[in-house]
Design a protein around this ligand. Structure first.
Ligand code: 5AD
Ligand code: SF4
Length: 477
């Protein structure tokens, strides 16, 4: 896409949305108590970043946030369309809200995100989920205040148009707590992998300006965030849609120059596009975490071709070799799809063999899910569901053994951990991540959340490490 087609939403338009926010703030203040919103997010980091923006707008309207739909004045689901099971959960949850709406008709029920950019889904909600007041797609996110104003004035509102070129700036985010900040650098995807719905629901690739990305990174650093995660469906093509923009490698280096930011990560890299400059930046910049998510999807050239991935197994392995030569300790992770249409047991064996060859630290694996409107939806299946599930289980067995072995190599080492919070299971246990992104649990005081601490690894499991603090610079503060 050329620069002309990327449309930055103008300041006037954003100011107009700001006026709706003020109007709604006044309107909701009439309830006589703080209004509460329940926001649930499905899917990827990009979606949770979008939810942070929506929550920012709701905060500006005076909303607080609650944990249960039954306590809310506004209920919003930000949905994911990548696989069918996430969609089924949304429909299940929406169905259950009928009772709440019957008891309290004034509750506003809203659904947004990728699912809503699909015509058949929006239609189904319009016709069968009549208790839903507001439906809007990913392209309409910035005008949520205007849409909500319409709902408050009476009637159902649907805004699921596809305006692929829009980039919006200057929306306040209500972020997850310190220390990790998500910063989107681009929206959309141009790759059209044949199984994937993303290019249809998020539109073509468009990059934010480096200037506004860096301003956001400086802002989060000032707020005390120590780690940024730069987000895009394919970060390696950052700037390709604009003649004037810096490359992703340059952007990475600029982000590293921001004071206060100690760790930089990014997601996701398409293996066909990762450049030598990006690998060099990763190796040279101390702040860039030595971790790379490089989705391979399949180990079979025949399937990679059917998937339109535009690399071969050999080319992919060359990239892995290059990355490991530059950073011997790199933590590598990947995505795998099992049961893609036409995949035979022989193809699947090739996937197992690439897992054994690369030895990823972790894999994210999925059984293929048919998506309406994608080319793969019309391709013939070879294996039965049962065979696909058997292959899937076999793959996990192979990978779990590798993951456990890789984690055990950390036993006895000292790792610098950025503390993210108390562990889910116990108040006295802290949880954080190593530079490679490995989860570490250890005993410690909550005051350490947001700090970097050195932890000696005492034991390892398949999914996480356990350790003890050995040296702690801020102990006396
Ligand atoms: N079915 C199963 N998995 C999918 N993914 C994307 N689309 C599908 C689909 N239709 C997986 C890919 C991608 C990850 C985010 O989700 O592995 O990398
Ligand atoms: Fe989907 Fe492929 Fe784009 Fe990733 S690169 S979002 S898998 S189309």
């Amino acid at each position: 896409m050329s620069e002309r087609e990327t449309r930055v939403i103008s300041d006037e338009e954003m100011n107009r949305q700001g006026e709706y926010i003020l109007k709604l703030r006044e309107r909701f203040s009439a309830i006589g108590r703080q209004p509460a919103a329940f926001v649930e997010t499905y899917g990827c980091q990009q979606n949770s970043s979008d939810s942070e923006r929506i929550k920012g707008m709701l905060s500006d309207m005076g909303f607080g946030f609650c944990d249960k739909p039954k306590d809310a004045d506004l209920i919003l689901y930000n949905t994911c369309a990548v696989r069918e099971n996430a969609e089924l959960r949304v429909f299940g949850n929406l169905g259950a809200l009928k009772i709440i709406k019957r008891k309290r008709p004034e509750v506003i029920i809203a659904v947004c995100g990728c699912m809503m950019q699909q015509e058949h889904i929006a239609k189904r909600i319009k016709e069968k989920y009549r208790h839903v007041d507001l439906v809007f797609g990913t392209h309409a996110l910035y005008r949520f205040p205007q849409l909500l104003d319409k709902v408050v004035s009476g009637g159902r509102v649907f805004d699921t148009e596809n305006e692929s070129g829009a980039v919006y700036e200057n929306i306040n985010s209500r972020r997850d707590p310190i220390p990790l900040a998500k910063v989107p650098i681009m929206y959309g995807c141009n790759n059209f992998c044949t199984y994937c719905i993303v290019p249809y629901v998020r539109g073509r690739e468009r990059s934010r300006s480096a200037e506004s990305i860096l301003a956001e990174v400086r802002d989060v650093a000032e707020q005390g965030y120590k780690e940024v995660m730069l987000l895009g469906q394919n970060v390696n093509s950052y700037g390709n849609d604009k003649d004037s923009e810096m490359s992703f490698a340059q952007l990475l280096r600029e982000v590293c120059r921001v004071d206060g930011i100690e760790r930089v990560r990014f997601m996701t890299s398409h293996p066909k596009d990762i450049s030598d400059e990006v690998i060099a930046a990763m190796a040279e910049e101390d702040k860039i975490c030595k971790q790379l998510h490089l989705p391979v999807q399949s180990g079979s050239d025949r399937i990679l071709k059917l998937m339109n991935r535009r690399y071969t197994r050999e080319k992919y392995l060359e990239t892995v070799k290059k990355v490991r030569e530059a950073m011997p300790d790199i933590v590598l992770t990947t995505d795998i799809i099992v049961g893609f249409p036409g995949e035979t047991n022989e193809d699947f064996e090739e996937t197992l063999s690439i897992l054994r060859e690369v030895e990823y630290d972790t894999i994210f694996s999925f059984i293929y899910s048919k998506r309406v409107g994608t080319p793969a939806a019309d391709m013939e299946d070879c294996l039965t569901d049962e065979e696909k599930h058997m292959n899937f289980d076999r793959m996990l067995e192979v990978q779990n053994e590798i993951s456990k072995r890789k984690n055990m190599a950390y036993e006895g080492t000292v790792q610098t951990v950025l503390v993210e919070g108390a562990s889910k299971t116990s108040e006295e246990t802290l949880t954080g991540r190593t530079e490679g992104g490995k989860v570490v649990n250890f005993a410690g005081d909550r005051s350490l959340v947001g700090e970097m601490v050195d932890v000696k690894i005492t034991s390892a499991q398949t999914w996480s490490l356990f350790g003890e603090i050995v040296y702690q610079e801020n102990a006396l503060r």
